[in-house]
Design a protein around this ligand. Structure first.
Ligand SMILES: Cc1ncc(C[n+]2csc(CCOP(=O)(O)OP(=O)(O)O)c2C)c(N)n1
Ligand SMILES: [Mg+2]
Length: 347
């Protein structure tokens, strides 16, 4: 099988689906802005903004069948969570630091916990896909990773393994131009992540990641192939991280404002709004209603997060080992003594 390389422009989604995708992209944008603010206010410990990547995330996440597929996100996939109706309040508990891995149920929601290990999601997805094949199930794993992650050895091993076994997995790379301060050109030899698929014996496609329809159609096609037993696909969604890498980052130290501004013209939400207007698929009343709805949902999620009650800290010692080693018991006792001392106000 040969890899195909094309910058697709989509065609064919109906107005109702496009409006639904728009609504979710808008909610994602509102949430993203809110979470950055909440981190600045000291409510969230940290957050990785996805501004500019809404089409790539919502367009791909919307294809997932929540009855049988499973998504393996990184640390930047709030848009995918929104596309899949994941409980965002519970999911954000990780960012509050109040629960080990999030208070939502990853198994029931089919959306894995935050994974901060670069490329870790890709290995997990392939392992899960192998399980599906062994049990004769028809679920598809969707692995998110970045352009930076694509230069990790783990991704090579995972893709080769998946290619040899023709596993039901979709490798979804968001090429957002940067891996923290390192531009794609300095880490992706050959210039294309999708082209690498040829070496593993399955197709790779490059899509305009700011065109939600193109993303949706490419993902749908990849899922159909995987479900039919035809193996993996690499999708490389070309997009841009408009904000900082994380709330601890200052992109002004490594890139020019003119570059950031050039991507504002390619903003995926503005672009979809323009199309909906041009095709008379939405009127002004719709856009006003969509914004009001996104703002109300954001407010309610904000309230939910601020009202989230922490779990007993002692649980951090309980959830790692089935049979806790005595060394961990000793650490727990030390921690308890220190915590009690803190409560009394000891130095
Ligand atoms: C194994 C590992 N190495 C390094 C890091 C530090 N780190 C966190 S994010 C990141 C860059 C990842 O860039 P990319 O894969 O393009 O994803 P993006 O952040 O752009 O979404 C690095 C090097 C890490 N978290 N895990
Ligand atoms: Mg990147």
């Amino acid at each position: 099988m040969t890899a195909t390389e094309s910058l697709r422009t989509g065609a064919g989604l109906d107005g109702e689906l496009l409006r639904d995708l728009y609504q979710r992209m808008l909610l994602t944008r509102q949430l993203d802005l809110e979470f950055v603010t909440m981190q600045r206010q000291g409510v969230l410990l940290g957050y990785a903004p996805l501004r500019g990547q809404e089409a790539a995330q919502v367009g791909s996440g919307a294809v997932v069948d929540r009855a049988r597929d499973f998504v393996f996100p990184t640390y930047r996939e709030v848009g995918v969570a929104v596309a899949m109706d994941v409980d965002v309040v519970g999911y954000m508990a990780t960012h509050l630091g109040v629960w080990n891995g999030g208070a939502y149920d990853p198994i029931a929601s089919r959306f894995g916990a935050v994974n901060a290990v670069v490329a870790g999601s890709v290995l997990h997805a392939v392992g899960w896909a192998k399980g599906e094949k062994l049990t004769g199930s028809d679920g598809v794993a969707l692995a998110y990773f970045g352009d930076g992650a694509s230069s990790q050895g783990d991704v090579h091993e995972a893709m080769n393994f998946a290619g040899v076994d023709r596993l039901p997995v979709v490798f979804f790379c968001q090429n957002n131009g940067w891996a923290i301060s390192v531009p794609t050109a300095r880490q992706v030899a050959g210039g294309s992540v999708s082209a690498r698929a040829a070496g593993y014996g399955f197709p790779g496609v490059r899509v305009d990641g700011n065109d939600v329809e193109a993303v949706y159609l490419a993902t749908q096609e990849a899922f159909a192939r995987a479900r039919a037993g035809e193996g993996p696909t690499v999708i490389e969604a070309m997009t841009y991280r408009s904000g900082p890498h994380s709330t601890s980052d200052d992109p002004g130290r490594y890139r020019e404002l003119v570059e950031e501004n050039s991507w504002i013209e390619r903003d995926p939400i503005t672009r979809l709004a323009l199309r909906l207007r041009e095709e008379h698929a939405a009127d002004e009343a719709y856009f006003e209603g969509a914004l009001a709805e996104a703002r109300a949902a954001t407010e309610s999620i904000r309230t939910g997060i601020t009202e989230t009650v922490g779990r007993p800290a002692e649980e951090m010692f309980d959830l790692v080992f089935a049979n806790r080693p005595t060394t961990l018991d000793q650490q727990r006792d030390l921690w308890r003594a220190a915590a009690e001392g803190e409560e009394r106000g000891d130095d």
